[in-house]
Design a protein around this ligand. Structure first.
Ligand SMILES: Nc1ncnc2c1ncn2[C@@H]1O[C@H](COP(=O)(O)OP(=O)(O)OP(=O)(O)O)[C@@H](O)[C@H]1O
Length: 250
């Protein structure tokens, strides 16, 4: 149950990633502060998943450094302190919700009363107490996503990396999840949450806008609107894209 201590959650310097024949991340540098919800926003194919994979240490990189909680990404020192929820729910369909969460809790060494209380607390956080003993195969898509999130949360990782966690959820569930992310950050945990839904930008403490693997902006939501003279994140993103295109043409 360690929170982010002092230093940045993530420091990336000169990161180059090639996937297939494409240079997906060309010389990307970024610092993610601790204890905040940082939104990674950008259109489909802009490199959000690739960047998240590099942060959790599962992406082969060509050059550059990725430092997470003061250690090399993916190194044993940080493996249990980073939770990663991919776009495809990776839970066991033939186990109940409670059994799934307990399985992931055991994997990080929780046992007995500690395990039981961690599972109970996590069930409350993701609002699945009343379904705790249902098999995952009988759940809706939104409920299944929340089980995935619970499986990462049970270990109380210092850094949570969530790839499009709100896709396919109804507005009420999306709001509840964003409230949960905010609560976790207030407690000192660091979250990186990707989305291609720009209106979710307002729920973040900080925004990293990606386009074709480049950081277009790394700002607070208020700074984004102020620097583009717009009133919503969608229009702000388009204004930034146009400004970058004009600069590239010149
Ligand atoms: N396994 C792969 N092999 C080759 N190229 C890949 C592979 N995975 C992704 N890419 C390419 O890398 C680029 C970035 O993909 P990535 O999945 O990181 O983007 P994304 O912003 O997460 O997109 P989405 O919002 O659709 O999930 C895309 O051009 C994609 O085609």
């Amino acid at each position: 149950m360690t929170k982010t201590e002092g230093g940045p959650a993530v420091v990336i310097r000169g990161l180059n990633v090639v996937r297939g024949k494409r240079r997906v991340l060309p010389d990307l540098s970024l610092v993610v502060p601790p204890g905040q919800v940082v939104g990674l926003l950008g259109p489909s194919g802009s490199g959000k998943t690739t960047l998240m994979r590099a942060i959790v240490g599962v992406q082969i990189i060509e050059s550059g450094t990725v430092t997470v909680l003061g250690h090399a990404a993916g190194s044993p020192a940080v493996r249990d302190r980073v939770g990663y929820v991919t776009q495809d729910p990776s839970v066991y369909l033939d186990l109940t919700i409670r059994e799934n969460i307990a399985y992931f809790g055991r994997a990080v060494g929780l046992r007995g009363g500690d395990l039981r209380s961690a599972v109970d607390r996590t069930l409350v956080e993701v609002d699945l107490v009343s379904h705790a003993d249902d098999l995952v195969r009988d759940l809706s898509g939104g409920q299944e996503s929340r089980v995935s999130l619970a499986c990462a949360l049970v270990a109380r990782p210092t850094l949570l990396v969530l790839d499009e966690p709100t896709v396919g959820l109804d507005p009420v569930l999306r709001r509840d999840l964003w409230n949960l992310f905010g609560d976790l950050a207030t407690q000192g945990y660091s979250l990186i949450v990707s989305s291609h839904v720009m209106d979710e930008a307002t729920r973040c403490d900080r925004l990293v806008l990606l386009r074709e693997g480049r950081v277009l902006a790394d700002v607070t939501p208020a700074e984004l609107l102020a620097m583009t003279g717009t009133t919503d994140a969608d229009t702000a993103f388009l204004a930034l894209v146009e400004a970058t295109d004009e600069r590239d043409v010149r």
